[in-house]
Design a protein around this ligand. Structure first.
Ligand SMILES: CC(C)(COP(=O)(O)OP(=O)(O)OC[C@H]1O[C@@H](n2cnc3c(N)ncnc32)[C@H](O)[C@@H]1OP(=O)(O)O)[C@@H](O)C(=O)NCCC(=O)NCCSC(=O)Cc1ccccc1
Length: 321
């Protein structure tokens, strides 16, 4: 088999790749792949990794002010999980021949994006619950299909990430249930946080399909398995009954069940807001990137020490041979 592939010219390799995609077979790092496929994966996986790392900040904001030791331990574990997700994803990107340090530079220099959702502030502890419920809920909707993405390392990273995300979603919902059983002021906090995070959560799925330059090709390559609008609809359908069970109102007067379609109808997100936030003009963009840059610079001595240690170990092993 390998020798047959070795003898293929560029057109033959492309045909072989297309057949594997058509048969839902995984593409692995050493397989031939079109340059555009590699570039698209690096773009999406790196953005996803950056989102996990920047996504630690809004929740990290409440670590020192969690209302109990139990809530603090839960939040700390969640934020650490997000660091882990970032690391799996950077590792998956590295199998495509890019370097994690280079990807971090691209983020810090604003040459790569991260999810719009992490540019909104976390104003009260109810935001922590709503991030778990809505933001992790949206992340799960988007990422479960990515477990079947055509690129092996990305799909496999997603399996573990999704398991952890679903735990995150449940902890958020449980926190909100607890607050809803509390005082009137706590219930107001939950409603206020829901009002602020609902529309930004819908925007996490990206622009509408009619304005999404990458969807068609990414679907053809089976990197993405559903369009942005399909996933947004799935999220709305899944979330409305959860809001009812919780006792909060979703801030969309157009939200109603459409028996004919078998789905909820919902209002149009403000796409100009998504564009603004993506292009750097959201409420917290400056703060998030400044914090990431400072953490990177302050961590230089750790990277230097790790590199010096690795060099010393390698020299010792060489001497012992
Ligand atoms: C659906 C989409 C995000 C976008 O579809 P595509 O086909 O790739 O693009 P499309 O043509 O539709 O858009 C045109 C342009 O707009 C960009 N853009 C679009 N939407 C956004 C946006 N919302 N924010 C910023 N940029 C956005 C897009 O990159 C493209 O720009 P480019 O051409 O690159 O310059 C896809 O990349 C995906 O599924 N990614 C994997 C999932 C993922 O990354 N999840 C991360 C969040 S979950 C998490 O971290 C877990 C967590 C929870 C709680 C706490 C902590 C952590």
């Amino acid at each position: 088999m390998t020798t047959t592939i070795d003898r293929l010219d560029e057109a033959g390799l492309q045909r072989h790749f297309d057949e594997r995609i058509a048969h839902d077979q995984r593409i692995e790092p050493r397989d031939w792949m079109p340059e555009g496929y590699r570039r698209t994966l690096v773009r999406q996986i790196a953005q996803h990794a950056h989102s996990e790392i920047i996504g630690m900040q809004p929740e990290g904001n409440w670590l020192t002010r969690a209302p109990s030791l139990r809530r603090k331990a839960i939040l700390l574990a969640k934020v650490q999980d997000e660091a882990g997700h970032g690391l799996y994803l950077y590792s998956a990107a590295e199998t495509l021949g890019v370097d994690r340090a280079e990807l971090t530079d691209r983020l810090i220099q604003r040459r790569q994006k991260y999810s719009s959702i992490f540019n909104y502030p976390t104003l009260t502890f109810a935001d922590i619950g709503v991030i778990g419920w809505l933001v992790d809920g949206a992340a799960i909707c988007n990422q479960v299909p990515l477990c079947r993405s055509s690129f092996g390392p990305y799909a496999r990273a997603m399996v573990r990430i999704c398991k952890e995300e679903s735990f995150h979603q449940r902890q958020g919902y449980e926190l909100l249930m607890t607050m809803m059983r509390g005082t009137a002021q706590q219930r107001e906090m939950v409603q206020d946080a829901t009002n602020r995070w609902w529309w930004p959560s819908l925007m996490m799925f990206g622009p509408p399909d009619s304005d999404s330059p990458n969807t068609q090709q990414s679907m053809a390559w089976r990197i993405k398995r559903h369009t942005n609008d399909e996933l947004r609809q799935k999220f709305v359908d899944m979330t409305v009954p959860q809001a009812e069970a919780l006792g909060v109102t979703l801030p969309d007067p157009q939200l109603r069940w459409n028996a004919e379609r078998g789905h909820y109808d919902f209002g149009e997100p403000d796409w100009s807001e998504l564009k603004r936030v993506i292009s750097g003009d959201g409420p917290c963009n400056e703060q998030r990137l400044a914090r990431r840059r400072a953490a990177h610079e302050e961590g230089q001595w750790v990277r230097d020490a790790a590199a010096a240690h690795a060099a010393k170990q390698a020299a010792r092993e060489e001497a012992a041979r």
